[in-house]
Design a protein. Structure first.
Length: 278
């Protein structure tokens, strides 16, 4: 069914959302013929929009593929779970909700409960997608997530890391993670949400719902970018383009998986072009 929400994707939000999704899919080869994709819906604005974009691509895109729409319930309260169901019905998304004990377990951990929760979520999603015969899962990360993750690594983790548009799973054979909203700005998603007067769930974690430190570092980075945009309105786009244009000839140190390459090793590899190419 071609709903009002899907129509707006190819009309009012064609330039700011749908074309960018199509471009990301083509640029990064995210969807291939005969893929079966598990579209993961958390209940937030990003994942709900992702589901609509995948539906549109499935109906009118050039590549034939299957899609299922799954929502993992980590232990939401009744109000949040009901909101997810209502929004899925409103947006005409045939959602498959499955239950897990993630919140119950993570909230008993004294150290790194958020890290544990994230790892468990990913594991449950991969396992459920495999049971459904999928070879890919799609998540709703957008361009702002990509930019912020890069700066978070520099500011707080002492490393230059990037959120990639797709990943091969290390623990689940023949499974990939894809991010079709990779080029879409968060403000465009907010504009879409507000245009349709939609309300989605926010962070529903019982451990952090009353604490102002949730994603505090990411919030700090958002504020830094906001401040920098006063001097250069395209600073976020510049960062996004930069991660696609890393000059390897200027790298001072690097790490590939668990192997480190200090500057002197890289410098000597450059002297031997054949070794450097390998």
């Amino acid at each position: 069914m071609n709903t009002l929400f899907q129509r707006s994707l190819i009309t009012k939000f064609r330039k700011t959302i749908y074309r960018k999704v199509v471009k990301a899919v083509e640029t990064y080869n995210l969807i291939e013929p005969n893929d079966k994709i598990a579209v993961c819906i958390s209940g937030g604005k990003d994942s709900m929009l992702l589901a609509l974009c995948i539906k549109e691509l499935q109906a009118h895109g050039p590549v034939p593929f299957e899609a299922v729409y799954i929502s993992m319930n980590p232990g939401y309260n009744d109000a949040n779970l009901q909101r997810i169901k209502e929004n899925a019905k409103l947006l005409d998304i045939d959602i498959d909700i499955f239950n897990t004990p993630i919140f119950e377990y993570a909230t008993t951990q004294d150290e790194n409960p958020c890290y544990i929760c994230a790892r468990m979520r990913r594991g449950y999603l991969y396992n459920y997608a495999l049971k459904l015969g999928c070879n890919k899962i799609a998540l709703g990360h957008h361009a702002d997530d990509v930019i912020e993750t890069t700066l978070l690594g520099i500011f707080y983790s002492n490393e230059l890391t990037f959120m990639r548009p797709k990943l091969r799973s290390k623990n689940f054979n023949n499974m990939e993670l894809i991010r079709p909203l990779y080029m879409v700005k968060e403000q465009s998603i907010i504009n879409w949400k507000n245009y349709h007067n939609l309300e989605f769930i926010g962070c529903a974690c019982p451990l952090t719902k009353n604490i102002d430190v949730i994603d505090s570092k990411r919030k700090e980075v958002k504020e830094i970018i906001k401040e920098l945009k006063k001097y250069n309105d395209e600073i976020d786009e510049s960062i996004f383009r930069s991660i696609h244009n890393l000059n390897l000839g200027t790298v001072v140190g690097a790490r590939l998986n668990d192997e480190r390459y200090p500057f002197n090793d890289i410098y000597e590899m450059e002297a031997n072009k054949d070794a450097f190419k390998n």
